[in-house]
Design a protein around this ligand. Structure first.
Ligand SMILES: *Cc1c(COP(=O)(O)O)cnc(C)c1O
Length: 362
């Protein structure tokens, strides 16, 4: 069995120690004589799994007591609707469009109220983060929405927008736990876990308690109402039990790695290896404005489509997989999430150097 270096944007690489521990516990979790997949979500064993997972996430992110943590289903995309349904009291919200995921959230919100695109970087294929220091925030906006890290385009917010006192809502699907976050800056943070935390099927919502209300938009399904989920501690119905269990193991792993400060240093080191190479390469170049570069998703191109394809093919054969860029962008993208070891990036850069030597005169 050979493990590859997996640069997939999601679902993506998980820590090997977590996968091994899960394999060991597959047939008998902690003396229960059954797999976590086989146990009741109301059992003592599962109760401990979900409560420990929540506590570890709270410790890692220093989540204040006046925020609830919900483990839900439906992916990040389900939240595109749940957020306006729960938060659009005035039926007005302002969206900052920095990529496809933000745009999808914006389009969805339009179904429920007046969604305004107050800034966008569509003019340059989302290769930068717009200046958000003085946006035309609506007086009656219920919230301002951002996608904190743009998985497809490889940009990230280094400074938060000036929301002029309005609530900030953030999709952190692809950079959660990659660095410390000041949770109090946000009304809601949510993330689909399959990028940086666990298997697909779980979305985590961190929401300030006063935003969990009964007076949601008329017609909001019971399941999409945060109050339903908060009142039942995420056990209103059967949650994605096995996924939550793996997330819990990853939370423990991040703690063992030293927490979010240590993760940030580790991620900066990894990203610098790749960006430094791109900045000096005669063949490859990054596609994003330097000031807005993501630590997690690194898109790059050679400038020639056939050479890009050749690179992806040869890299795959050498054990560096899922480097093809998103279908909407082309080129390549290396997603270097928490679980990508530093030697994965070092070896990728070695491989890119060799490819450059062999192909720079083509
Ligand atoms: C992948 C991704 C999504 C979509 O996630 P699903 O769980 O598939 O709905 C949304 N936002 C961001 C930033 C993503 O990276």
């Amino acid at each position: 069995m050979a493990r590859v270096y997996n640069f997939s944007a999601g679902p993506s690489v998980l820590p090997e120690v977590v996968l091994k521990a899960a394999a060991e516990e597959m047939l008998d979790y902690n003396g229960t004589g059954m797999s976590v997949m086989e146990m009741s979500h109301r059992s003592k064993a599962f109760e401990e799994i979900i409560q420990t997972a929540e506590q570890d996430l709270r410790d890692l992110m220093k989540i204040p007591d006046n925020y609830k943590v919900l483990f839900l289903q439906g992916g990040a995309s389900q939240q595109f609707a749940a957020i306006p349904m729960n938060l659009m009291k005035n039926r007005v919200a302002d969206y900052i469009i920095t990529g496809q995921w933000a745009k999808k959230a914006y389009e969805e919100a339009k179904k429920y109220g007046k969604a305004n695109a107050v800034a966008s970087s569509a003019d340059k294929t989302f290769s930068y983060i717009p200046d958000c220091s003085d946006l035309p925030i609506s007086d009656d906006a219920d919230y301002v929405y951002i996608c904190h890290n743009n998985t497809i385009y490889g940009t990230t917010f280094k400074t938060l927008p000036n929301t002029k006192g309005k609530l900030l809502v953030a999709d952190m699907s692809s950079d959660i736990l990659s660095q410390p976050v000041n949770v109090s800056d946000y009304g809601v943070i949510y993330f689909g876990v399959q990028k940086n935390v666990g298997p697909a099927g779980v979305v985590v919502v961190i929401i300030r308690e006063d935003l969990i209300r009964d007076d949601v938009l008329e017609g909001t399904p019971t399941m999409l109402k945060y109050k339903t989920q908060a009142d039942a501690d995420s056990l209103y119905n059967t949650p994605p039990c096995y996924g939550i269990y793996i997330c819990g193991k990853v939370f423990k792993w991040v703690k063992e790695m030293g927490g979010l400060e240590a993760m940030k240093i580790h991620n900066e080191k990894k990203a610098a290896i790749l960006y430094d190479f791109l900045d000096h390469s005669q063949l490859f170049k990054g596609t994003v404005e330097k000031k807005d570069r993501s630590l997690m998703n690194v898109p790059f191109v050679t400038g020639k489509e056939d050479l890009d394809a050749k690179f992806v093919k040869e890299a795959t054969a050498a054990g560096f997989v899922n480097l093809k860029g998103h279908r909407s962008v082309g080129g390549m993208r290396a997603s270097i999430y928490n679980a990508m070891p530093i030697e994965g990036v070092e070896k990728l850069v070695e491989f890119m150097k060799k490819f450059e030597e062999e192909n720079k005169n083509d």
